[in-house]
Design a protein around this ligand. Structure first.
Ligand code: CP
Length: 471
């Protein structure tokens, strides 16, 4: 499939083979950065950054300029008509008529999906709230691949703020898909990996989660020093939880590994939110830690910006990769823009493309009905709720699990009914427990899902004898 005119909203929008081929193109770009100015001549990129950014915004803009294109930008939501109550969809339609490609960073989870739905031109997600940051993941994977030649079989540790870190979420999915042998999660108190990310890992990628020791886990330094880990991606929190996935067991010495560090996402945690209180306990990657046995060749990775979690003393250490990650953002983003604008094409054999797991989930539109429970989801914002219908993938029937198509948070609704209830008989208009046999009996296209019994009754349904189920 051609990459032209596609969007990159989540890392799953690129197949494994496309990611690998994109890295070959990035190699080509970095080898002759100043010779690419004919590729996107006459094209315009809209750069919309409604949250602060140094690396992502400027590397995207540098990439477009290197390709011979031009850039229009908005970096302050307050200076756009969004501040006057314009919807994201209307903004997307308008900007899509001015530019050939849009790069957007927005604080609402799922905002990039909405822009992609309405813009009519390729859209690249440069970070949507705590959801995903797929191009950072491309830079991360490119760096690991340059240093270690492969992702397959590596052991990677992700540490710190796993809850709000969008780079962590995209990277976790990609590592699982690309065959990392194990991913270790070291989260800080209150900023553990969210249930919906773990759910996707197990549901979509067959990951096996193993709960590690509890709060009495030894310090991060001791734990890392005792493990055979290939990559460590650390965020600034105390370690108290360890989970491992998936089940593939390939021994790789920690000396071939990497440490990936990120900062606490203070803009999402606030001064009083989960994780904020434990700032003093956040692990610091410093020269002392890197002297530990087993970390001799471990890469230290961080998406930047750093706060306190990476000591400046290790900047010159050959294991420190964070400035390389940032620098590689230009050729990686040049390759991506060239592909989405059709200036370059990757020929991927169909059978190779099937390396990415294609999951054909039924999509449920809950209107009226269930709503996403994530208050930061774009579907729950006043300006957007006027036109966005909540939409979910039904990812499991046992228990009934819906995944919001915008922010990917999960819901477990309790009540269901069938839309072909009546057959002319009002007494058949019944609702049932989602745990009853009806969940398998009702055809997906006839399924109605309720947040509560009140809602079912408000819509004229009566409780069936299967409204409660003995557990
Ligand atoms: N890594 C990253 O997204 O950096 P910026 O916030 O500076 O773009």
């Amino acid at each position: 499939m051609s990459q032209a005119n596609r969007s990159l909203v989540t890392i799953d929008d690129l197949s494994n083979r496309e990611i690998e081929a994109l890295f070959c193109l990035a190699d080509e770009m970095s080898g002759s950065m100043s010779d690419q100015s004919g590729l996107c001549q006459g094209k315009i990129m809209a750069s919309l950054f409604f949250e602060p950014s140094t690396r992502t915004r400027l590397s995207f803009e540098a990439a477009m300029l290197r390709l011979g294109g031009q850039v229009i930008s908005a970096a302050d939501m307050g200076a756009t008509s969004l501040a006057k109550g314009e919807s994201i969809a209307d903004m997307a339609r308008v900007v899509g008529s001015y530019a050939d490609i849009i790069v957007i960073r927005h604080p609402w989870e799922g905002a990039a999906r909405v822009v992609a739905d309405y813009a009519g031109v390729p859209v690249i997600n440069a970070g949507d709230g705590s959801h995903e940051h797929p191009t950072q993941t491309l830079c991360d994977l490119y760096t690991i691949t340059k240093e270690r030649q492969t992702i397959r079989g590596l052991k990677i540790a992700l540490c710190g703020d796993l809850k709000y870190g969008r780079t962590i979420h995209s990277l976790t999915y990609a590592l699982a898909r690309l065959g990392a042998a194990r991913i270790y999660f070291f989260s800080g108190p209150g900023v553990e990996m969210p249930a919906h990310v773990l759910g996707k890992l197990t549901q979509d990628y067959g990951g096996k989660l193993i709960k590690g020791p509890g709060d009495d886990t030894q310090s991060l330094a001791e734990t890392l020093g005792g493990q055979s880990v290939d990559a460590i991606y650390v965020t600034p929190t105390d370690s108290h939880q360890l989970a491992l996935m998936p089940g593939v067991q390939i021994k790789v010495d920690i000396r071939d590994g990497a440490i990936y560090v990120t900062r606490l996402q203070k803009e999402r945690v606030g001064d009083t939110g989960p994780g904020a209180a434990s700032k003093k306990d956040y692990p610091v990657i410093d020269a002392r830690l890197l002297r530990r046995k087993g970390l001799e060749r471990t890469l230290v990775m961080h998406p930047l910006p750093r706060i306190d979690e990476l000591a400046y003393e290790i900047d010159a250490d050959p294991r420190s990769m964070y400035f390389e990650q940032a620098a590689r953002g230009v050729p990686v983003r040049m390759a991506l823009i060239a592909l989405l604008l059709g200036a370059k094409e990757l020929i991927i054999p169909q059978e190779e493309d099937s390396l990415v797991q294609k999951l054909d989930y039924h999509v449920y539109e809950g209107d009226p009905g269930v709503k996403c429970a994530n208050r930061l989801c774009v579907s729950n914002q006043e300006t957007e709720a006027r036109y966005i219908k909540p939409k979910f993938k039904i990812v499991s029937l046992d228990p009934l699990t819906l995944r919001c198509i915008y922010c990917e948070h999960e819901l477990h609704p309790q009540y269901i009914a069938s839309s072909d209830w009546h057959e002319g008989k009002l007494e058949n208009k019944k609702y049932h427990s989602a745990e009853s046999h009806w969940i398998r009996k009702i055809k997906p296209e006839n399924l109605i899902i309720f947040d509560s019994e009140n809602e079912a009754q408000a819509r004229g349904f009566k409780p069936s004898k299967y409204v409660t189920v003995d557990r």
